[in-house]
Design a protein around this ligand. Structure first.
Ligand SMILES: *[C@@H]1O[C@H](CO)[C@@H](O)[C@H](O)[C@H]1NC(C)=O
Ligand SMILES: *[C@@H]1O[C@H](CO)[C@@H](O)[C@H](O)[C@H]1NC(C)=O
Ligand SMILES: *[C@@H]1O[C@H](CO)[C@@H](O)[C@H](O)[C@H]1NC(C)=O
Ligand SMILES: *[C@@H]1O[C@H](CO)[C@@H](O)[C@H](O)[C@H]1NC(C)=O
Length: 215
């Protein structure tokens, strides 16, 4: 725990202040880097504290849905049994749940905890080389825009959520207004649940024979 505190201190993590980060106590919401999808100011350092400790009917599971995540580094998710947002030195049982890497950036769909606090840390010194790049529509996208939801532990989690990869890197993954449904909003010319059908694929054309899939 001490080591973790020192790391946090040396990264100069701030809470809110510069347009990112914050103490999130609402049942659901979005976590977005400044100016998304446009470039954010670097160096960036943000901490979001998702806090379910005051929800009316615990226990809850906090789930973060990594809908629009285009960074390949700099993002870490840590659960805590207790975390004092105003005094980060008072915290209990930190455990790192997920660290975004080039390998998992496009594919990990959710991060969840049954602890009361899920802390999302984001730190980046430069934009270049730290973002996923694909298709025309994603050549110019910076940062993250993901949703979180506090589910009652016995409640049912959505059985589908999307990611950049699930949308074939050819569309944006969005959550519905109540963050309980997810879908791919495909770039112009692409269609299908996962945007895998390309401009030449029309639902009633039969250019794909033998049960193959058009893309
Ligand atoms: C909380 O989640 C962990 C896995 O992260 C699991 O091992 C544990 O049993 C869960 N506890 C409860 C009370 O559900
Ligand atoms: C951010 O994500 C939310 C939920 O998926 C979506 O409604 C919103 O349009 C997104 N914002 C941008 C700028 O893409
Ligand atoms: C479909 O299968 C038939 C028989 O195996 C073959 O002759 C034909 O070329 C296949 N069509 C395509 C588009 O692969
Ligand atoms: C295509 O799939 C259907 C249903 O799975 C099957 O009945 C049919 O024989 C398949 N056709 C070819 C050409 O493989």
């Amino acid at each position: 725990m001490l080591a973790l505190l020192l790391v946090a201190a040396s990264m100069g993590v701030r809470i809110a202040g510069d347009g990112c980060g914050g103490h999130l106590t609402a049942e659901r919401g979005v976590i977005t880097t400044s100016n998304f999808p446009r470039p954010f100011d670097v160096p960036a350092s943000c901490r979001w504290v998702i806090d379910s400790s005051s929800t009316p009917q615990p226990p809850v599971v906090i789930v973060v849905y990594l809908t629009q995540l285009f960074v390949s580094t700099g993002l870490t998710f840590t659960e805590y049994a207790y975390y004092e947002p105003d005094s980060p030195s008072f915290q209990l049982e930190p455990r790192v749940l997920h660290t975004v890497t080039e390998e998992n950036a496009a594919t990990t769909a959710t991060v969840w905890t049954n602890q009361s606090f899920l802390v999302v840390d984001f730190a980046m010194d430069r934009l270049e080389g730290n973002h996923l790049r694909a298709a025309d529509g994603l050549l110019d996208v910076f940062g993250i825009n993901v949703t979180y939801n506090m589910h009652s532990a016995i409640g049912k989690l959505p059985d589908y959520s999307c990611t950049a990869a699930k949308c074939s890197l050819l569309g944006n993954c969005y959550a519905s207004a109540d963050y309980s449904n997810f879908w791919c909003d495909c770039f112009s010319g692409y269609s299908g649940k996962q945007c895998s059908m390309g401009p030449l694929c029309h639902p009633d054309s039969d250019i794909c024979e033998n049960n193959s899939t058009c893309r």
